[in-house]
Design a protein. Structure first.
Length: 345
């Protein structure tokens, strides 16, 4: 990994745009970088490189071209133990979040929403640089999509996402419905509550309904719902496979985004509730990101992520709110999710 580290620090010190990533369960780390500071933007997503789409798709979508690229192989990934000193999180905004959950439940009770994903930003002093954090994320989360994005005109983001958004290869495309969260216990199957099973079903039904606006039912293959581990957490997951829409990546992303796992149901009403009521702007959190070219696309939902500056690191976490949600338990859930990244800071 020494050549990779040298290259990353060289780009960092020169303040050049770059993105470094490792696909789930892969032993290869890929680096795209620029030799200038140009901000490349795409409207239709049909670019050759690695893009970062924000939660609000009306805003610009930057990408780093794959013109200059390197691949580095990790000989062996040693999964780090979760027994690690976790920095204490800022709890002063607990009432802000629980009050927001109550408001969301009121809208659900009125029939205006079935589900809404509400989030919070945790700010911590930056004690490590982003390159060091990225290298640790690779070791902690070998089954996640791990990335480090840096552009002087956009900012620095990193994360370890468990959720595939769009994966195209050959003649087929795949997406997933992901919901519900529990702490992973070795050699112990999770016991899902009625609320968690209902939340996953809502997400799955919405994704299938969205896909049916583009494909006939007989072209959509739905998998059984299974457990999906992501580091110290486990979720319920359903996969969908369908034909590839050649040249229409933008149309597909508009239909699927924001997924019910990051927005809510109904989609437009939930997104409007979020924009009107969350006390901060999500930026790239719960957008999507990943490499794409004419032959293949690997987009992931930007979960378990953080933005970084030399002064502070901001962690973004959320929880799916339904009629059965308990504000205190939802607060506990976002604390568990925050610790996914907090332990490497």
């Amino acid at each position: 990994m020494e050549p990779l580290l040298k290259k990353l620090y060289s780009l960092w010190e020169a303040n050049r745009p770059f993105v470094c990533y490792k696909l789930p369960s892969s032993a290869e780390v890929t680096l795209f970088f620029q030799k200038d500071a140009k901000l490349n933007l795409t409207k239709d997503l049909n670019c050759n490189g690695f893009l970062m789409a924000p939660f609000d798709l009306e805003k610009p979508i930057p990408f780093i071209p794959n013109q200059y690229a390197e691949s580095h192989t990790i000989q062996k990934i040693k999964v780090k133990s979760d027994e690690h000193v976790v920095r204490s999180l800022d709890l002063k905004n607990k009432s802000t979040f629980t009050d927001l959950v109550v408001k969301g439940k009121e809208f659900i009770a009125k029939g205006e929403l079935k589900k809404v994903v509400l989030s919070q930003a945790h700010q911590l002093a930056s004690k490590r640089n982003a390159v060091e954090i990225f290298m640790d994320l690779i070791q902690y989360y070998p089954s996640a999509m791990v990335y480090l994005w840096h552009h002087p005109l956009v900012g620095t983001w990193f994360g370890a996402s468990p959720e595939q958004f769009i994966n195209t290869r050959g003649d087929f495309t795949q997406t997933m419905a992901l919901a519900a969260t529990q702490t992973f216990q070795e050699n112990e199957a999770p016991k899902w509550t009625e609320k968690e099973i209902e939340e996953q079903e809502l997400v799955s039904v919405q994704v299938e309904s969205d896909l049916k606006t583009l494909f006939p039912s007989n072209q959509i293959v739905k998998s059984p719902t299974t457990n999906h581990q992501a580091g110290n957490l486990v979720h319920l997951c359903t996969h969908f496979q369908f034909p590839r829409l050649r040249g229409n990546l933008h149309n597909l992303s508009r239909v699927l985004h924001p997924t019910p796992a990051v927005g809510g149901i109904p989609k437009s009403e939930a997104q409007q509730f979020i924009l009107n009521n969350e006390p901060y702007e999500r930026g790239y959190y719960t957008g999507f990101f990943g490499p794409t070219n004419a032959s293949e696309t690997q987009f992931f939902v930007n979960l378990r992520c953080a933005s970084w500056t030399p002064e502070k690191t901001t962690l973004y976490v959320g929880a799916g709110i339904t009629s059965g949600s308990d504000p205190e338990k939802e607060w506990q859930e976002i604390q568990r999710k925050a610790k996914t990244l907090a332990k490497v800071l």
